[in-house]
Design a protein. Structure first.
Lengths: 293, 596
């Protein structure tokens, strides 16, 4: 992809982030930029699609194309966009509420379609922007304004669901390690097909349980285990369920052998849809009339 | 003898091929140079129940079905029970002689001729398949009407010849010949209504509203469709899917209607003409996204194929209950256009126009249809749908595509701002992809650059709201069309309607004028935005006006009153799930006129 050198400065947006000091989103923004620099991706070659929430403000904070949409809805917008303009790098950035809550159905289906989208889910295990309610990923017993006695639900397991749903690239990062995260994002962008990158992103205001320290004590990198093979589904399934004193990050699973959705659509074989001439040839349309005689 | 003026109804269980037989028969009659109007009535089930199909025939163009029939073709006993009362005196009913429980005396007592025939026997003995009973029944109808069998035969060959091998076609034709001859011999001399081909008639197309919408979308250069199937929109979606390969269109069946419209918004954001189609329930799911399209000024087209609600309502029936819903759907205030074509031709042209309006004004456009218009077929001249006219009229507004480098270089000398304020409220639209037009858009209130307005200033908010809403004024002034009259120029009563009511109201107006009451129709295709002062002038020029629509609350009447302050002197509604028809309108008109 890289033909020109892209610097962090090239990706600087004129807009100052409104995130709280210490927010995990800074690490994610930093990692996204690093990934673009690493791959030599220029601002006009990338389109971000976000939902609603603190992390979904990210498109404004990076110089690139952006679409800040509705809560839980960036995934289908990105799909439609990709199919209309498939030489654009499409990155969805949304939150745990967006993707594991309200937009859950879109997520399930985008995974089995294997469309070439990189999906960064900012998972802070709490609802930040709406000020502290529990999230689909909050741990059982988590006390919040809407679960004053502690939530009685078990949390969503994004990695296991993604594996079951047929995602072809499944990773988890930690915003406290932006360099590692940048590498995951770059690999996700390079992956041919749908790539999930679930990101632990501490909310320093509302989540007093899952803090930077809490994660630092627990996370370890899968790639540090020489016996771990991310092409092995069974191993991935086992690691997907590891939670507690040790929590894995890194690439859980990768399958490079499946065609993307775009590759299977004849209309996209020659050039992106938006570049195609309209209307169709008159003689083709006229020929269609005969079917109705 | 009554020549070329007949109304035929076929009835039977779901799965007996009522619709396909009716459609085939209608096509055969149209090939003989006659005009047809076909309407179907079916239940939400795959087998059983009761379905019917009606084919009305005339030498002049038809716009509606009628309630009275001359010939009933019964594929089962229930058809006779349900529809005997609709048959005029001297009319007839064709049925299989093996049907038990058919009361010939009761039929005769109504002045109707029972025409039992060995249809099943012919199907089995001549065709070797009892399913060919449909063919036998249609052929028998041809026999009693002295209609040349060569027309249905050509349709049979087209339907079966290519797909299943010509042997089936030939067996069907042999069945048809035997059944036709048997019916002719026994009953033709008793039956008054006859069909005679028009010599040297020009070729005509037979199509329904959804097919016309699909052709309009193709003609306008639509390249992307994402939808979730829902009756009565599904056949439009299926039509587009069937054309996808040939015309290089991307069609996607979405996981739900929310995803359908959002995928279209994504494609439209990239600079591709896109539409989603659905019915009321699916449209309900799209509402939040509609608001997003309004905020981001994304040109997306939605076809809202109505059926009666609330909730699942009557899924296979018809109504016009969603007008006020669509006009107000979505949180917040944003511009949209609502178009309600009423004929096959209007479906074609308005669908194409919807894409122009959407792109010109960078707003969502909702095109209405309903089960009646979607599924009713009409014969129209080949040149009635003019593809080259649509092609010439394609107007993408202030759009420069990202690969049009030179144009972009010239247009963005001073930098590019997606939501630049302009006199007409419409900003230059460059979809993402060009280095000189890199920007971010947001459903949240934004700055001209597209960024979310972090300061949330009152000044920017006011200007953005005014910018968006300004587009409605400009559209109303430059592009939107006033309702059109049909009928008597100096009418005593004007029937005001919208969308699919066009056909039944038009025919009611013809009948009224024929009977000496001076009447006309005022039909709205464009519902919003409109120049309402001019609409008010038009209505005030009417001596008396009655709003006719397929709903309980009188939605167009309310919309007119909301915008003009004029209260309709009377309204005629229908909400039983069945389409309006001329007889119903005339009967109710007499009642309401007595009250006005």
């Amino acid at each position: 992809m890289a033909t020109v050198t892209v610097t962090m400065k090239d990706l600087q947006s004129p807009v100052e982030p409104t995130w709280c000091p210490g927010c995990g989103d800074y690490g994610i923004l930093n990692a996204v930029k690093r990934a673009m620099v690493q791959l030599g991706l220029q601002p006009h070659q990338v389109a971000f699609f976000s939902g609603i929430g603190c992390g979904s403000k990210l498109p404004d904070y990076i110089r690139a194309n952006g679409f800040n949409s509705l809560h839980g809805r960036p995934v289908p917008i990105a799909q439609g966009f990709r199919l209309a303009h498939h030489d654009m790098v499409a990155i969805v950035v949304d939150g745990d509420g967006d993707n594991y809550g309200i937009g859950g159905n879109h997520w399930l289906h985008v995974m089995r379609r294997n469309i070439n989208i990189t999906h960064i889910v900012q998972n802070n295990m709490v609802y930040g922007l709406t000020k502290g309610q529990y999230a689909p990923t909050s741990m059982k017993g988590y006390v919040s304004t809407t679960s004053p006695e502690g939530t009685i639900e078990w949390p969503v397991n994004p990695i296991a669901i993604a594996l079951a749903a047929g995602a072809t690239f499944i990773a988890r990062g930690f915003s406290g390690d932006p360099k590692h995260l940048a590498d995951l994002i770059a690999k996700g962008i390079q992956h041919k097909g749908y790539a999930l990158i679930d990101v632990f992103q501490p909310c320093v205001i509302f989540n007093r349980i899952n803090t930077y320290d809490w994660f630092r004590e627990r996370v370890y990198k899968l790639e540090d285990d020489p016996n771990y093979d991310p092409h092995n589904r069974e191993m991935a399934w086992e690691k997907a369920h590891e939670w507690g004193d040790r929590i894995p990050i890194g690439i859980f699973y990768i399958n490079e052998d499946l065609p993307t959705l775009e590759e299977q659509i004849p209309a996209l074989a020659e050039k992106p849809l938006y570049q195609q001439e309209i209307p169709p040839k008159l003689e083709d349309l006229e020929a269609l009339k005969l079917a109705f005689v | 003898m009554v020549k070329n003026n007949v109304n035929i109804k076929l009835g039977g269980e779901a799965g007996q091929g009522v619709e396909s037989s009716g459609m085939g028969f209608a096509k055969a009659i149209a090939r003989a140079g006659l005009h047809i109007f076909g309407v179907q009535d079916y239940m939400s089930r795959i087998r059983g129940g009761h379905n019917w199909y009606q084919v009305r025939v005339s030498e002049r163009p038809l716009y509606s079905h009628e309630s009275q029939i001359q010939l009933l073709i019964a594929f089962d006993e229930r058809t006779i029970e349900d529809h005997l009362h609709e048959i005029v005196e001297g009319g007839a009913v064709i049925y299989d002689q093996s049907f038990k429980g058919v009361d010939d005396e009761a039929i005769k007592a109504r002045g109707v001729i029972p025409m039992p025939l060995p249809l099943l026997k012919i199907a089995e003995e001549v065709g070797g398949n009892k399913l060919m009973m449909n063919t036998a029944a249609i052929a028998a109808a041809c026999g009693v009407m002295d209609f040349e069998l060569s027309y249905p035969e050509s349709v049979i060959r087209d339907n079966f010849g290519r797909r299943k091998g010509s042997e089936i076609a030939e067996r069907n034709i042999r069945v048809a010949e035997v059944a036709c001859e048997e019916a002719r011999r026994r009953y033709a001399h008793l039956f008054e209504w006859k069909l005679e081909p028009i010599p040297n008639a020009s070729k005509r197309m037979v199509l329904n509203g959804n097919q016309a919408l699909g052709l309009g979308a193709l003609a306008a250069g639509c390249k992307f469709v994402a939808s979730y199937p829902m009756t009565p929109a599904s056949s439009l979606f299926e039509f587009m899917c069937a054309q996808a390969k040939r015309f290089g269109i991307v069609t996607r069946q979405s996981e739900d209607e929310i995803s359908g419209i959002l995928q279209c918004i994504g494609a439209a954001h990239a600079g591709v003409r896109a539409f989603a189609c659905t019915s009321g329930g699916g449209f309900s799911l799209m509402v939040e996204s509609l608001s997003l399209a309004g905020s981001t000024e994304t040109p997306v087209v939605i076809v809202l194929a109505q059926r009666p609600g609330p909730a699942t309502g009557l899924p296979t029936r018809t109504g016009q209950e969603d007008l006020l819903f669509a006009l107000h759907a979505g949180h917040g205030e944003f511009p949209r256009a609502v178009l309600t074509p009423g004929t096959i031709e209007q479906c074609f042209y308005e669908m194409a126009r919807a894409f122009n309006l959407a792109e010109k004004y960078q707003m969502p456009v909702i095109v209405f249809t309903d089960n009646f218009l979607a599924n009713s077929i009409r014969s129209i001249d080949m040149d009635a749908l003019d593809f080259s006219k649509v092609a010439l009229e394609i107007d993408r507004g202030k759009l420069i595509l990202p690969h049009e480098h030179e144009k972009i270089e010239q247009a963005v000398l001073n930098g590019y701002r997606r939501y630049e304020f302009n006199e007409d409220g419409i900003s230059l639209r460059i979809p993402p992809g060009h280095p000189k037009a890199v920007y971010s858009v947001a459903g949240e209130e934004h700055l001209p650059e597209g960024f979310i307005d972090w300061e949330e200033t009152a000044e920017n908010r006011n200007r953005m709201v005014q910018k968006r809403m300004r587009k409605l004024e400009v559209a109303a002034q430059n592009d939107m069309r006033l309702p059109k009259f049909y009928g008597h120029e100096d009418a005593d009563v004007t029937l005001v309607c919208w969308g699919s009511s066009y056909g039944p109201v038009r025919e009611a107006v013809d009948t009224l004028n024929h009977n000496g009451l001076k009447a006309n129709m005022l039909h709205f295709v464009d519902i919003h935005p409109l120049n309402w002062e001019q609409v008010a002038d038009i209505l005030e020029s009417c001596r008396s006006w009655v709003v006719v629509e397929s709903n309980f609350t009188g939605q167009l009447a309310r919309w007119i009153r909301m915008n003009t302050g004029l209260k309709a002197p009377a309204t005629i509604g229908k909400y039983d799930g069945r389409p309006l028809n001329p007889t119903y309108i005339i009967e109710h008109l007499q009642e309401v006129l007595a009250r006005v």
